[in-house]
Design a protein around this ligand. Sequence first.
Ligand code: PLP
Length: 362
Amino acid sequence: MIDQERDRYLDFIQGWAVNCLGHCPPEIVGAITSQAKTLINASPAFYTDRILELADKIVECSCIDRVFFANSGAEANEGAIKLARKWGSLYRDGAFEIITTENAFHGRTLATMSASGKPQWEPLFEPKGSGFVKVPFNDFGMIERAITSRTVAIMLEPIQGEAGVVPASRDFLTGVRELSQRKGILLILDEIQTGIGRTGKAFGYEHAGIEPDILTLGKGLGGGVPLAALGAKESVCCFGPGEQGGTFNGNALMTAVGSAVLDTVMRPSFLDEVRRKGEFLKGRLSELSLSLGEGEVRGEGLLIGWVLTRANAGQIVQDAFRRGLLLNAPRPNILRFMPALNVSMNEIEQMLSILEEVMSEG
Ligand SMILES: *Cc1c(COP(=O)(O)O)cnc(C)c1O
C-alpha cells in the first residue's frame, strides 16, 4: 500500500482482516469492472444472478442452507439476533435471551453493542438493548448454569478477535454445541472475522468439527467492499417476508465481488497455503517471543495474536508504522497479525525482520 507521500507500507492489518486478497487484487478489480458495466443495483425487490450465485457458493462450502446478505457485520449479527428471537417466539414459548461472552465483539449497532462484552462499552449509550446474558469465554459450566426457560441461543466467536485473538478451546466448542442441542436452543457463530479462510479452513467451526445453527460472515467475504451475510440451517429460517431487509442488501456489485473472493479462496490448495503460511508465521513469532522473553503466540491460520509481557503494544505499532509496517494492537499488551490470505513467504520474512528491529530497540 502507498500513501499520499508515496511511502510504501507492508500491511499486516488489511482493514482489520477485510482485504483478504490484499490491495486492488485483480480478481476483485475484474469483478467490479465487469459487473459495473452490466448491473450495479437492481433494488432489493428482485433477485439477481449475482445474489443467487454467491448464496449457492456459500451454501456449498458451509454447513448452512440459506443466506441473507447485508452490508456490515453488525447488520448480519443484528439479523442473527432477530432470527433467533423469531425462532424463540415460534418454537420456544417466547424465549428471547441470548447468552454471549465477556470481551466478545459483535458490532456497533445498539443490539450488537449490547451483545458484545467490551468492558469500555458498558457505560456508553445507556440504556442498551436487553435480553443478553454474559458469561466468561471458554467457561462451559457458566454457560450451562446461565441457561433458563428464557434462553433462545448462545452466541460466540470461535476465536475472539477484538479481545486479542483468544481461541475458544475445542472442548468448549464441542461442549457448547452438544449442550445447546440437548437444551433445544440455537448456537450462533459470529465468523465475521474468522470466516472465509482466515483461520486456514473455510470457517472457524471446522477446526472443532461442529456446525452452528446460525452463522454470520462479513469482513473477508467482501475482500474490501461492504458485504456481509447471515446464514442459517433450514429449520431455523423462519423470517416472514419483510421482517429482514435493507436498501442495499444483496447489491449486485457487492455480491459479484463476494463471488470472486469465494472462487479464489475455495480454489484447491489455497487454504493449504494459508495454513502453511500461518504455521510459519506462528512458529517464527514463537521463536522470537522465546528469545525476547515475551508471552504466548496464539490463533489459527493467518489470525495470530502475540501476548507481550508489558503494555507496550501501542508503542510497537507506532514504531513499526514509522518503518513502513502496519500492525494492530487490539489490547495494550497484544499485537495482532492479519495479513492478506495470499501474503507471500517473503512478505512474512520482511515483516518479521522489521518487527525484530523494532522490538530489539524497544
Ligand atoms: C468486525 C466484526 C464485527 C462487526 O462488523 P462490522 O462490519 O464492523 O459491522 C462483528 N463481529 C466480529 C467478530 C468482528 O470481527
